[in-house]
Write a protein that binds this ligand. Structure first.
Ligand code: HEM
Length: 300
């Protein structure tokens, strides 16, 4: 079994810095990724900050010739009433998680300085925790996440052996309209999610609205449920804020199905949440195992 990048499962960090980078010169990809990989390997052993590195699937495959069974987020996902989830695929994704914002900030700046002139930042997001484990809407986020003992089987690729311990991440920034959401009464807010607000109790089937977020994302094939491992976080400031959705899976197809279901692409029923939160970005990243990261670091 390959070892995963440890930050995928490092819980309890309250300060996050997330950047998406685009290569300025595609020919510089090997040296850029080698610099990032070396930095990640050092950081995880000496600095106490978790860094997860993701690479655009098509870029990883071009550089390594290893098929990863993952595609770029290359076209928007459309739904009724002109709803659209934009495709904003970048080349490299870095997620720093630390106990304090200064540590995450300093490490991000250091990583960016290593690739200065060869890659540019296209999106930077500061994430933090809100009231323990709540989304900024006030609802508990993560209730149905797989427990620690099951998380690695959900998040990590098992086979083929060359990919074992790797993962596929969706990174999608959702901007909330909290004024609009707060204008709903608590009962209406609960219908948006399909769960109660104070304690996250799921509605019974006969009470669950077809467009509730839980109804749109709790997917099954036959009787088998399709879990993903979510590590989302609130982001932003008082004027501009929302949820930075991050999820890991060994099977990209199930995340794609969830997005299509939320957008109403499949049956015309849009997730009620999409009336109060707007996706501003969307990208998939291949998250190489520790061993593959070492190979990338040695590459150039
Ligand atoms: C504005 C963006 C989003 C917000 C605020 C949000 C929030 C929530 C909340 C509060 C829950 C219920 C508690 C829990 O089980 O965690 C939930 C469940 C869930 N969400 Fe989201 N979510 C968002 C976007 C997404 C996206 C983009 C996906 C998938 C690609 C997704 C997948 C899921 C899944 C799989 C569940 C568990 C469903 C179940 O089995 O009960 N969410 N989300």
């Amino acid at each position: 079994m390959g070892l995963p990048q440890s930050g995928i499962f490092a819980l309890g960090t309250s300060a996050h810095s997330v950047v998406e980078l685009e290569l300025i010169d595609p020919d510089a990809a090997p040296s850029c990724l080698a610099a990032i990989a070396r930095f990640a390997l050092e950081l995880n052993t000496t600095n106490g900050v978790n860094l997860v590195v993701g690479i655009r699937p098509s870029l990883f495959m071009r550089l390594t010739d290893i098929p990863v069974m993952a595609e770029d987020f290359s076209s928007p996902i459309e739904g009724p009433e002109a709803f659209s989830m934009p495709a904003t695929q970048a080349d490299i994704w870095l997620w720093f998680a630390a106990g304090s914002q200064d540590r995450a900030f300093d490490c991000t700046r250091k990583a960016l300085s290593l690739v200065s002139g060869i890659a540019k930042t296209v999106r930077a997001t500061t994430g933090w925790t809100y009231q323990g484990n709540r989304d900024l809407t006030g609802f508990i986020d993560g209730t149905e996440n797989p427990p620690a003992a099951e998380a690695s089987a959900v998040a990590l690729i098992g086979e083929p052996a060359r990919l074992a311990g790797s993962s596929i991440a969706l990174v999608q920034r959702w901007r909330h309209d909290l004024d609009s959401f707060s204008s709903l009464g608590t009962a209406e807010q609960e219908r948006v999610f399909g769960r109660t607000k104070p304690d996250s109790v799921e509605f019974d089937e006969d009470r669950m609205p077809a467009d509730a977020h839980v109804a749109r994302t709790s997917l099954k094939v036959g009787s088998e449920s399709l879990p993903i491992y979510r590590r989302s976080m609130p982001y932003g400031d008082a004027a501009d804020h929302g949820l930075l959705f991050i999820a890991f899976t060994h099977d990209q197809g199930r995340i794609a199905l969830m997005l299509a279901s939320m957008a109403g692409e499949t049956d015309g029923v849009r997730d009620a949440l999409t009336h109060f939160s707007t996706p501003e970005s969307g990208a998939y990243y291949f998250v190489p195992s520790f061993e593959l990261l070492e190979e990338i670091a040695a590459g150039s």
